[in-house]
Design a protein around this ligand. Sequence first.
Ligand code: ADP
Ligand code: ADP
Length: 223
Amino acid sequence: SKALELRGIEKVYKRGEPGEVAVLRGAELVLEAGEVVALVAPSGAGKSTLLHIAGLLDTPDAGQVLIGGQDVTGESDRRRTVVRRDDLGFVYQFHHLLPEFTAIENVVLPQLANGVSAKEANQRAEELLGHMGLGGRMTHRPAALSGGEQQRVAIARALANGPRVLLADEPTGNLDPATSDRVFAALMELVRTTGLAALIATHNPDLAGKMDRVVTLRDGLLV
Ligand code: ADP
Ligand code: ADP
């Protein structure tokens, strides 16, 4: 089934002003459930714009975004927030973990916010952190974890509410190559066991080569 569909996405910044930039000019992408796609594009090509639109943080000037077959383009901000919380997971280059909370709390909290019971949330958090090889680090605060460990917690958090689609922007971009490889392998294993779809922006050709498919942005189109 189709997890994410981008149909004819157009985005222009500063329309009608000097310095107008047409970043997206009809971008098309279909992510099937279970598919992992690399987004590789030079800086300034529109990667962030595309991820923000797919993540319902920004609206396109034209075109549709479908999540799980549902067109969410024209939905209210409130409805889009619900879809973002229930169906989308985000991982960034910098992890944005809550510094005052432990690893497990960082993975539990988004579930509590989503109405999951404390018991279930803890079980799921333990399972996810265990999968990420962090069984022995659950009660550490982010500052007591290495960069790779922090990023693995962030991945577990992104998957906490069982999203359909994972959107990641340079998820291993601030890690050394060996750590980057390990974190990416752990991410891929979790993606494979949960069957979610992932769109992962990266500048790393080795990582891109390990994904199912590579797309790039050229003149505002995804190819
Ligand atoms: P990437 O993530 O691939 O580096 P972006 O999506 O951030 O690319 O930006 C694509 C282009 O759009 C760039 O030329 C950038 O300067 C421009 N741009 C991005 N955001 C804005 C904005 N809010 N206003 C005007 N131009 C923008
Ligand atoms: P930046 O300066 O890189 O935009 P931010 O801390 O503002 O840093 O945001 C980091 C990332 O989090 C960005 O990719 C941004 O688009 C994303 N982001 C911001 N707000 C939200 C939100 N409410 N939900 C999901 N992602 C968000």
